[in-house]
Design a protein around this ligand. Sequence first.
Ligand SMILES: [Fe+2]
Ligand SMILES: [Fe+2]
Length: 189
Amino acid sequence: MDQPLETRDALPDALRVLLRDYPREGWQRDPNFHGLASMWLDRHLSFRRLLGLMRTDAEALLDRRLDPQAWAPRLSRLGGHFVSDLHGHHHIEDDHYFPLLVQRDARLVQGFDILDRDHKALDGHLNAFVEDANAALRALEDEAALRTGAGRFHAGLLRLEGFLDRHLTDEEELIVPVILRDGEGALGH
Ligand SMILES: [Fe+2]
Ligand SMILES: [Fe+2]
């Protein structure tokens, strides 16, 4: 079972066993939601927001509604936050949370393999994001080259948004039901 990030449209049903008992609509009302689970979802929301901001900025630049001199420092700042925060988040998951969570339910082991492979795949997509962003920023003084570079950056951003959303959604649907069922105390919190 490979289930690559780029072509998956959901977790396999076999890994959604807990989600049936803890459907997303009920998460917020669960007494075990506030704390680790809500923090995890907030973190994911911040990555989605950062990507959305960079996408709307790139669209404004391409539509000539945003001056390149105003766009460049915003992209540098948001892009830097995004990449370093997401790398940090993946490290905490890989080193701390996944090894604890995987012990909670033997049925979910393959799910953590999928998430682990997603992180490696996302590393490659993040490198491409950085390269595209830097290429566009280097072309700031050359209108035609900037439009080409920004167009390429924007197209890559749309792909990355899709891949990241797939990973975050699947990760949430695997992990949050475990936290709600077992309580975050089971994870050493
Ligand atoms: Fe993750
Ligand atoms: Fe995550």
